[in-house]
Unconditional design. Sequence first.
Length: 182
Amino acid sequence: MNIHLLPKKDSKASIWSGGLTYEYMIYPKTANYTDRDFVFRISSATIEEVPSVFTKFKGYYRYLVMLDNGLEIEVNKEKKVYEKHEIMEFNSDDEVTSYTNGMDFNWMISEKISRHKLEITNSNQNCNAQIIILFSLNTTSIKINEKSYYLEPYDLLVIENQEKENILLHFSNECLFGVLDF
């Protein structure tokens, strides 16, 4: 089992058409964002332009969570509204336009991966997924099999669990909790 603590302060900004994007992790490490050859990518972005058209990624599924406010959005010409921390799911090839400024959490997963989910939790979890992601919404202590990790707001913890060991997770605060199996 490999555990990666990826602090927000260490993520590097890149420009996208609507603002800035901060990549936390691309998997596998040999993958390239511009080549669109990754299994998954975790990032956070600012939405500074209104309206703002999201970049399309053919062959990817996407989870998006607004971190600082709600979201007024149009997906394939259908208007939708999401509350702060409400999870939006969509096909990354959809036509998506945001009418809200703010900051988001973004998890893109190859459509070749059929088992994945993202939820908000502050309850204990017992998990054996191959990839587990924990994104702190507030200052949080996370205990993984009795070892504690301290996360500042918007820090990311990724557990690579290729052996599918049973992992006990305890949270002191709400987190985004994602699992993925190949």
